[in-house]
Write a protein of this length. Structure first.
Length: 335
């Protein structure tokens, strides 16, 4: 997938200098960090080109032009530490003392007006999390392994789900080819009849919680019964796992098969996230995947690191969940 915009080195460096000045630690006090980034905006320090690029992405999302965008050559920290695959999060807290990449993701979220979301039961409630291979999840269907991932939404089984995901390449080898796939919900709809869509809108389906969620919260094993299709083209679906709930009519099985066929046939985009690439995509109005196309050095590929944020569509979407906020921190849900 072609970048929507590639920053020149001059633009990247100008933005880096602004972000570097945000003197707060997002892992100690997220609200203070977020306010410090807002202050940078309020003081008019954000280079005009970046405000314009974010405005264009926001407009394309609102107009239904595209729900997947790539920015290239984004600022990240000058020093990106190697993380211990046994416990990368503790190692990150110990080693990563600058927060340029985090400030970049926060600024992006503010300028496209999509408030961030975090889950209190994972990553200590952090708003900036790491897509890295963790040794104990090796070979499992979770973003925290180095495996391929079938088409899915993040946190399919959970009650509060992100509208958008941002992935920022922190360490991505040029010589291993790992692609993030995206299929827009509208492309899926084009391959489903009215009748099939109507059945997919019934709460006849269940999705088991992923292994990482079960580890973080032992009460989480399987979702409530849910529709696969919601809103205009939101899909709640984890391929190979979402299935028909017991006692559902036969037509639900046929609709699930139609869904699987639609997923194979629908147009998709694929993007290889490079170091410094931001890939921002819809989490509910589309599905995403991870494909390992060509791994030339498995050990090097396992060291891949993406910094990730979850976001709500807009302020009013966030406000609908305000009853879920933990300890009064907007966006941090007690799930
Ligand atoms: Fe995912």
């Amino acid at each position: 997938m072609k970048p929507f915009y590639a920053l020149s080195d001059h633009e990247r460096d100008a933005l880096y200098r602004v972000l570097e000045s945000v003197g707060k630690n997002p892992f100690e006090d997220y609200p203070a960090f977020s306010r410090a980034v807002a202050d940078v905006v309020d003081r008019g320090e954000v280079p005009a080109f970046f405000t314009q690029v974010c405005g264009r992405i926001r407009a394309e999302r609102e107009a239904g032009v595209s729900d997947a965008h790539v920015l290239r050559n984004c600022p990240i920290d000058a020093h990106v530490p190697d993380l211990d695959p046994d416990d990368p999060i503790a190692d990150k807290y110990a080693k990563k003392k600058t927060f340029v990449a985090e400030a970049f993701l926060e600024l992006f979220a503010q300028l496209v007006a999509t408030p961030l979301l975090a889950y209190a039961t994972r990553f200590n409630g952090d708003f900036f999390t790491d897509v890295v291979a963790i040794n104990r999840y090796s070979g499992m269907q979770t973003g925290f392994s180095d495996s391929e991932l079938v088409f899915h939404n993040d946190r399919t089984a959970h009650a509060v789900r992100a509208d958008f995901i941002s992935l920022l390449g922190m360490r991505c080898s040029d010589a291993d080819f790992i692609y993030t796939g995206f299929v827009d919900g509208r492309s899926l709809l084009a391959h489903l009849s009215e009748e099939q869509q109507a059945v997919l809108r019934q709460p006849c389906f269940i999705t088991p919680f992923d292994v990482f969620s079960r580890d973080s919260n032992s009460r989480q094993t399987v979702s409530e019964r849910h529709p696969i299709l919601e809103n205009h083209h939101s899909f709640r679906y984890l391929d190979t796992c979402t299935t028909v709930a017991e006692g559902s009519p036969e037509e639900a099985v046929r609709a699930l098969l139609a869904m699987k066929n639609a997923l194979v046939r629908a147009d998709k985009v694929r993007h290889r996230i490079l170091t410094g690439d931001l890939f921002a995509l819809a989490n509910q109005d589309g599905l995403h995947s991870r494909e390992k196309m060509e791994i030339n050095d498995p050990a090097r590929a396992r060291r891949r690191w993406l910094l990730k944020t979850y976001a709500f569509r807009d302020q009013s979407a966030a406000d609908r969940y305000s009853g879920h906020w933990l300890d009064g921190v907007p966006g941090r849900v007690a799930d």
